[in-house]
Design a protein around this ligand. Sequence first.
Ligand code: UDP
Ligand code: MN
Length: 280
Amino acid sequence: SFLQQFLTNSSSTEWVSSQSTAAEAFVTLATTDSYCMGATVVARSLRRHGTTRHIVAMITPNVSEQLALNDVFDEVIVVDVMDSEDYHHLCLLGRPELGITFTKIHCWTLTQYSKCVFLDADTLVLCNVDELFDRDELSAAPDPGWPDCFNSGVFVFRPSLHTHTSLLHHASRHGSVHDNTRLHGLRINWEILCVGFVSVLLVLQPQLDMLELQVCSCRFGHGAKIIHFLGADKPWSSQGNSSYSHNMEQFVSLWWKEYLIHTVSSAPAVQPKQEQKKPQ
Ligand code: UDP
Ligand code: MN
């Protein structure tokens, strides 16, 4: 099966031969300037909690925030939304809009790293999560909507060109990667990250009835280490948005705090404030 193939391939010599020298990295993706706001917070929150790993952003050429990202990321890698091979696959699928999914799959090409943790740009890290590197490919949290699938907002993986190609082939053959977040149909054997590691905050907005559903994979929301703002409403699109519950609002505020600290600390406008500091 693909699963067997996947597991065999990912533990093949290609990986073993490089592991002694390769570093490990957190990786995120931003294909628009708004998602760059999220990516910035991902990097800042990782640094705040003292990660020892590299922090890498994959961006697309249209992103204008590249210079700003250079300040917070160890490496900013420009990838095409779809390379020619992806485009061919997407055309076969008749699903050209799947470009962003395929862009995410590009993370497997980062073979300068032996192991990586992918974080969606809409995640917020609450404490040091370097322990994720003790986990193996592929570790992820269950998807709140499809518990038998993993949620691709946070996952541990091993870069491998072979796996990258397999994933693209599998996706194009089965046509079941149906949105930009869940690698449905890949049927990768995933290990569940310890309960509560990733807290998924989900806002469901059915057409008629606005329903907010907060799903915490940990009981009562305690112990979450990463918050994933799953769904259409992102923290950066929701300043002053009252549709969030109090519980969720606190994480949205925390997100803004992290974002503004970054923005303010790099802007010259902060100078007068510093000058107001009481002399010692
Ligand atoms: N993404 C992006 N540009 C987009 C949409 C998505 O860069 O226009 C990236 C970003 O890293 C994002 C991830 O793909 O976090 C998955 O999309 P999103 O988080 O919006 O999906 P959700 O988690 O809400 O299902
Ligand atoms: Mn997400």
